[in-house]
Design a protein around this ligand. Structure first.
Ligand code: HEM
Length: 423
């Protein structure tokens, strides 16, 4: 039996806190491996990285997420009894609901709402004397778009409250201490709001049957039972909050464009005779944003049934962490991984085990994120707006990205000034 090397420290939790996204890669490099053993929060863990590791990890049925995600993150993100904590047939059945909610037509509806909200906000930015902070603005825009899309529109103060709550959940999920506590505190209000919306939809309020809220309220599991209200509320949040999270990728897209102004031309309407060529360029750029910039550092799983990989037997309940950021930057899978090069996606499809910012493997049978198409569509739309609908300045600011902070963001949260709506 091959034994993966073990890091010498008795516990590596402090290393994880101080090294963030690079924690696993740093040890892989030092130990000359892409799989090693360590202890995290006093529990034994196996950390793996790279395309082969992702293929092993995402072989359907191998891992459960139950007990594999720290409670501080779980309760701010997917939460207990959500689709992510289910396995087997129950998971499959609930996942279908998410895929229906995120059909191509539904994603089109979401993008339409995002564009409308973006233009309305940009119109207001024209009157601002000082710079606007893009990350916060995009979170507000996406909150309004997402709530309207799910069938629970919000305006005014309610929109501000929801924005603050979703942003705090996203920002707190990778932290321990005050940033996490704030997310937990604010989340309770959002759960109440979501439960109220579900109850109203079930008691005859006018909610279109084909909206995510309409589908969730009516959904029955494999045994014909409706979701209890608290679980339906959690899943409603699991369709809304991650849309708001796309703001981070959008800000990274704006940063990438700012640092590489020569890339703008290819993304502009009319840059190519065929509009699908512009779409292709925006898609490639969006893919490279998801690969290159940090978001989820890793995903954890506990072994469901023993199996062998690389000559080692993985026993039931062993805890495995797949390095998502490190896999997206793995030199064995990517040419010049530390360079931002959208042309690596110029010919379309990406290997489902090498590009894993939102998980890997098959969509229906595993835990891969059902929101990838929505994320890409929103990013393509945002790129189009950025190059064709607005002109803006990027004033001097600290744009550095600290890889020990989870989730990462440019230090200044990307400020723009002198905005003009031109198209
Ligand atoms: C910023 C963009 C996003 C990122 C970085 C992201 C990332 C992820 C990751 C890493 C997972 C876990 C995969 C695993 O457990 O193996 C996941 C799962 C999930 N995501 Fe996303 N996601 C994003 C956008 C979305 C969107 C837009 C939606 C829905 C509107 C969504 C809904 C979900 C759901 C429901 C799951 C659980 C799937 C399952 O367990 O089968 N995500 N996402």
């Amino acid at each position: 039996m091959s034994a993966f090397p073990r890091v010498s420290a008795p516990d590596s939790s402090l290393g994880l806190l101080s090294e963030g996204y690079e924690f696993i890669s740093n040890r892989c490099r030092r130990l000359g491996t892409d799989a090693f053993r360590c202890r995290l929060m006093l529990a034994p863990a196996i950390c793996v990285r790279g395309r082969e590791a992702a293929e092993m990890f995402y072989t359907p049925g191998r891992f459960t997420r139950q007990g594999a995600v720290p409670a501080t993150a779980l309760t701010l993100l997917q939460d207990r009894r959500s689709v992510q904590t289910l396995d087997g047939a129950a998971h499959h059945h609930r996942k279908e609901l998410f895929l229906e909610c995120l059909s191509a037509e539904s994603v089109g509806n979401l993008v339409g709402r995002f564009e409308r909200e973006f233009r309305a906000a940009a119109d207001g930015w024209q009157d601002e004397e000082g710079p606007v902070e893009l990350l916060g603005e995009l979170e507000a825009i996406l909150t309004r778009a997402a709530c309207d899309w799910i069938g629970a529109p919000v305006t005014g103060e309610e929109a501000e409250d929801r924005t603050r709550e979703f942003a705090a959940m996203i920002d707190g999920a990778g932290a321990i201490g005050p940033r996490n506590w704030r997310g937990q505190r604010l989340r309770r209000r959002t759960e109440q709001w979501a439960a109220d919306r579900v109850r109203a939809a079930r008691s005859g309020a006018a909610v279109a049957a084909d909206t995510p809220l309409g589908r969730l309220a009516a959904y029955e599991d494999a045994s014909g039972e409706r979701l209890d209200e608290a679980v339906a509320a959690v899943e409603l949040l699991n369709l809304t909050r991650p849309v708001v999270a796309v703001a981070r990728f959008m800000v990274f897209a704006a940063l990438a464009l700012h640092e590489r102004p020569d890339r703008r031309a290819a993304l502009t309407d009319g840059a190519a005779e065929e509009s699908h060529a512009v779409d292709g360029a925006r898609q490639a750029f969006a893919q490279e944003v998801r690969r290159y910039y940090p978001f989820f550092p890793a995903v954890g799983g506990k072994v469901r049934e023993p199996f062998e990989w690389r000559g080692r037997r993985f026993e039931r309940d062993e805890w495995v962490l797949l390095d998502l950021y490190g896999t997206n930057h793995d030199a064995d899978a990517w040419d010049e991984p530390e360079r931002f090069r959208p042309e690596r996606f110029a010919h379309g499809g990406a290997c489902p085990h090498a590009l894993v910012p939102q998980g890997g493997g098959p969509l229906r049978e595993g835990h891969r994120c059902p929101g990838e198409d929505a994320t890409l569509a929103l990013l393509r739309s945002f790129l189009g707006l950025l190059v064709d609908a607005v002109r803006y300045e990027v004033p001097p600011q600290d744009l550095s990205v600290d890889l020990s902070r989870i989730p990462a963001e440019p230090a200044s949260r990307f400020r723009i000034a002198d905005v003009r709506l031109i198209g």
